[in-house]
Structures are given as structure tokens and as C-alpha cells.
Design a protein around this ligand. Structure first.
Ligand code: NAD
Length: 492
């Protein structure tokens, strides 16, 4: 068993209560690492270190270009360590090495992009309606950032917060998911080598109530950037509102994949499969609702099942594996419960529906890729986020009905449209209520493209130039260039 330490103020430290908890390998069901169980005292120590880094010392004094160079160097170190970090994530969250290797190798691009952006944030000289003044704006870092992350893609989703926050000049305290903390703790060690001053980046691991909540509550934390479930996100947002903190919320989804009869059906089948079965459905952007035009419903379902049933389940460390286990036993049970609910609601089970019977994967938290047909938009299986490999197929008759069904959920993270009719595609991109809409593709993300949700899927944007402004606030500066005042009691 590997025992890890917290990373606070540039040092590896034990949790103050001296307690660790076990992290499990979802493929074997066995514990493999001991993670520090942080608490209020550790949070306080980390936040104070982050606050010090913002106010004094080299980080506060650095030019944006110097900050950018450090961020760039961090990207280089991640590239060097990518294989090791990807393996750690697979061991901890059960996602496929085939996906994680690519994902972690892609991470440096975020640091290069935001490192490059750091010194390109320009204020403006304001064209004033008053003579005799010079006024301009400057963008300043919001302050200490609390970054709270989920278990499905720990380093990627942390990077979406950390890279722009550092570029903006903030310091960060990360609280990773208690289920997948190891990679973030190992990642932290790269900061010193990259040359970051102590306190700029800190990691406190532990449970939501014991670390997450005190972090949100800490008066020196000025921004809470959260990725996780909508239930937790709303609770955190309320808590942060008590101190008027800035928040960004990347929450869940129930994304619609809408296929019209004129689409390239083979490509749309691949899109539907990657949308729901990649990462065993444990992605916020999972295309968990497949809306099929009635004219192609039967043919599409036949092809879908044909391809999906060939998915290779197995050891996530095997590059040939296509479907791995789910990450936690609680999530596993939740998915099974939803499968039962769907059956009870009258959805038609077309494929999968339970634990695979194979001996070699019996110890892991595996679930068969599962497809329900004849789903109605008002069923729970069509409304609630399952976060597992469960697809709901809904039939529609025309464009208006497709839009109505697609938008008739409380989430709005992503959606996709499959059609060869570009006028229709454009109409759909305008009408679909989602932060991201794909046309004839699914699951495309980039450091350059803003990402985030509408409705219950969240607030704020990550990635792209929008992201850095999430960590900046505007100051207006007025300089008197020769105006004299005769009356102290008036607004100038
Ligand atoms: P979760 O909400 O249970 O936990 C997320 C994080 O919040 C964890 O680190 C957890 O310890 C912490 N937390 C829990 N209670 C807290 C509290 N009271 N105060 C502060 N922190 C607290 O989510 P999860 O189960 O880890 O992740 C799955 C969810 O995340 C899904 O709903 C998924 O859709 C969503 N998600 C969203 C995105 C996105 O970008 N929109 C990306 C990935 C995952």
C-alpha cells in the first residue's frame, strides 16, 4: 500500500489529525493507497499559505510573463510524467488507459495555452464623458481559489480550474474527490520542480464535509470553483453566497444526442456509443438520451446494438479494453437502482441490464453497457443523471418535437445534432438549451473552447479565453489630470 501526504505551502505534510483512509482499485475492488484524511486545521493551514503567496513574496511580485513561463514549464513536466500520472488515474478510478493516456498527454496543452494567455490580458483606457481625467481598467486576480473536483477525470477537471487561475495570478487550494485523490497529490510535486513559490498550489484531501465545506467557508477563500453533482454544487453555492464569494459550478447533465433521418447513420451510431459508453458513462457530458427520428428508429437501434454488444469489457490497464468498471460501489449500486426504476417505468430493456457474468471481471465494479428503448421524456430514466453506462432511447416525429424533448430536462450541459441538412443543424444549435452543442460529432473538447452549463448544469465557463476572466476582477482607476473642484458635496 502506498501512503500519500498532503501538499501544503510547498511541503509534503501529514494530516494534523494523523488519520488516513483507503482508496480502492475499481478493477480489483482492493484497497491500494492510503490517502490523508484532512480536516479543518489542514484547510486553514493551506488557505493561509495560499493567501500569503497572493500577498507577499515572489508570486505576488512576478510579472504576468514570468508567471506564464512557470505555467509553461509545469506543462513540460506533466508531459514528462504523463504515463505515470495516467496509470495512477486508471488504478484509482478504473477508467481506461486507452483514454487516460491520451487525456493526460493532452493536459500540457492547457498549461501552454493559459501560460501564453497570462500576459495578454489588457485593460482599457476609458473614453470618458468627463474632461480632465484619465481613467482605465486593470484586471486583478480574485484571490485564493478553492478548486473542488470530482472523481471521473481528476487531473483534467482540476486543470480546467488551475491553469486559468494561475495565469490570472491566483493561488489555489485543491480538494480532490475522496475516491480519486492520488494523482492530484503526485501532480502537486511537479510545482516545486517547475519553480513555483510555496503556497501557490496546495492540496488537501479528505471528505466533502470535513475538507470541502471548511474550504468553502474559509473567509480567505475568494472564489469557489466546483465540479461535481448538482446537489452538492447548489449546497456549496448557497454556502459561498453567505460571504458573497465568486463561484463557478460545473455540474451534471442529461445530454441529448438527436439523430435525424438524413444523418450519416454509421457515424451517428459511433457518436451515440462514445457519448454514453465511453468512461462507462461516467462523464458529465454523457449523451444519456438518444433521440431518434421515427423513420430510422428500428434500423438505428439494430445497428447500435450490433456495435455496442461488441464492446470489450475488461482490465482498464489493457489498451484493448473498451469498457471498464465504474469507480465506486455506491455509484455501482445507484446505476443498478436506475436500471430497475427504468424497467418499472415501462422502458424496454434492449441490451445489458446488470452485472456481467464473466469470472475474470467478477471482483470489479463492472456493469454491462445497457440500452433502454421506448423511453418517454417524462420517465425518471430520461430526466435524472445516472452517471453510468445506461442509454435511454426516445422517439420523435419532427424537429419541433425533438427540440421540445431535448430541452425538457432541468440540465443543459451539452447536446448533439446529427443531420446532413446544415440549415436544420444551425436552427437546432440555436434552439437547444445547452452550454455546448455539437453537430455531427460528440465529446469534442478543447482548451480553446469555452465549456460549461446552462440551467441546473452550472454557472460560469471553463476553457478558452472566457476562463481566465473567471479568476479576474475589474478595477477602474481614475486619475485627476488637472480638474479642480469648488464643491466637495457633489458627485464628479
Ligand atoms: P460530488 O458532488 O459528490 O463530489 C464532488 C466533490 O465535492 C468531491 O470532491 C466531494 O468530496 C466534494 N464535496 C462533497 N460534499 C461537499 C460539501 N458539502 N462541501 C464541499 N465539497 C463537497 O460529485 P462526484 O460524484 O464526485 O462527481 C460526479 C458528478 O460530477 C456528476 O454529477 C457529474 O455530472 C459531475 N461532473 C460535472 C462535470 C462538468 O464539467 N460539468 C465534469 C465531471 C463531473
Amino acid at each position: 500500500m502506498q501512503r500519500y501526504q498532503l501538499y501544503i505551502d510547498g511541503q509534503d505534510v501529514d494530516p494534523q489529525d494523523g488519520v488516513w483512509f483507503e482508496s480502492h482499485n475499481p478493477y480489483t475492488g482492493e484497497p491500494w493507497a492510503e490517502i490523508p484524511r484532512g480536516g479543518q486545521a489542514d484547510v486553514d493551514r493551506a488557505v493561509r499559505a495560499a493567501d500569503r503567496a497572493m500577498r507577499e513574496g515572489p508570486w505576488a511580485e512576478m510579472t504576468a510573463s514570468e508567471r506564464g513561463r512557470l505555467i509553461h514549464r509545469l506543462g513540460d513536466l506533466i508531459a514528462r510524467e504523463a504515463d505515470r500520472l495516467a496509470e495512477l488515474e486508471v488504478r484509482d478510478n478504473g477508467k481506461l488507459i486507452a483514454e487516460m493516456a491520451g487525456q493526460v498527454k493532452y493536459l500540457p496543452q492547457y498549461y501552454y495555452y493559459f501560460g501564453g494567455l497570462a500576459d495578454k490580458i489588457e485593460g482599457a483606457v476609458l473614453p470618458l464623458d468627463k474632461k480632465g481625467y484619465l481613467a482605465y481598467t486593470r484586471y486583478e486576480p480574485v484571490g485564493v481559489v478553492a478548486a473542488i473536483t470530482p472523481w471521473n477525470s481528476p487531473l483534467l477537471l482540476m486543470t480546467w480550474k488551475v491553469a486559468p487561475a494561475l495565469a490570472a495570478g491566483c493561488s489555489v487550494v485543491v480538494k480532490p474527490s475522496e475516491f480519486t485523490s492520488a494523482s492530484t497529490l503526485v501532480f502537486a510535486r511537479l510545482f516545486e520542480e517547475a519553480g513555483f513559490p510555496p503556497g501557490v498550489f496546495n492540496v488537501v484531501t479528505g471528505y466533502g464535509a470535513e475538507v470541502g465545506s471548511p474550504l468553502v467557508e474559509h473567509p480567505l477563500v475568494k472564489k469557489v470553483s466546483f465540479t461535481g453533482s448538482d446537489v452538492t454544487g447548489k449546497r456549496i453555492n448557497e454556502q459561498a453566497a453567505g460571504q458573497l464569494k465568486h463561484t463557478a459550478m460545473e455540474l451534471g447533465g442529461k445530454s441529448a444526442n438527436v439523430v435525424f433521418a438524413d444523418a450519416d447513420l454509421e457515424q451517428a451510431v459511433f457518436g451515440a456509443i462514445s457519448g454514453i459508453f465511453a468512461a462507462s458513462g461516467q462523464t458529465c457530458i454523457a449523451g444519456s438520451r438518444l433521440l431518434l427520428h421515427e423513420d430510422i428508429y428500428d434500423a438505428f437501434v439494430e445497428k447500435l446494438i450490433d456495435v455496442a454488444s461488441q464492446a470489450r469489457m475488461g482490465d482498464p490497464m489493457d489498451p484493448e479494453t473498451q469498457v471498464g468498471p465504474v469507480t465506486t460501489p455506491a455509484q455501482y449500486q445507484k446505476i443498478l437502482d436506475y436500471i430497475e426504476i427504468a424497467g418499472g417505468e415501462g422502458a424496454k430493456l434492449l441490451m445489458g441490464g446488470g452485472k456481467p457474468t464473466r469470472e475474470d471481471i467478477a471482483d470489479g465494479w463492472f456493469l454491462e453497457p445497457t440500452i433502454f428503448g421506448d423511453v418517454r421524456g417524462d420517465m425518471r430514466i430520461a430526466q435524472e443523471e445516472v452517471f453510468g453506462p445506461v442509454l435511454s432511447i426516445i422517439r420523435f416525429a419532427d424537429e419541433a418535437e425533438a427540440v421540445r424533448i431535448a430541452n425538457d430536462v432541468r440540465f443543459g450541459l451539452a447536446a448533439a445534432v446529427w443531420t446532413r441538412d446544415m440549415a436544420r443543424a444551425i436552427r437546432m444549435t440555436e434552439k437547444l438549451e445547452a452550454g455546448t452543442v455539437w453537430v455531427n460529432t460528440y465529446r469534442a473538447v478543447s482548451f480553446m473552447a469555452p465549456f460549461g452549463g446552462v440551467k441546473d448544469s452550472g454557472l460560469g465557463r471553463e476553457n478558452g479565453q472566457d476562463a481566465i476572466y473567471e479568476f479576474l476582477q475589474t478595477k477602474s482607476v481614475w486619475i485627476n489630470a488637472g480638474v479642480t473642484s469648488g464643491n466637495p458635496f457633489v458627485l464628479r
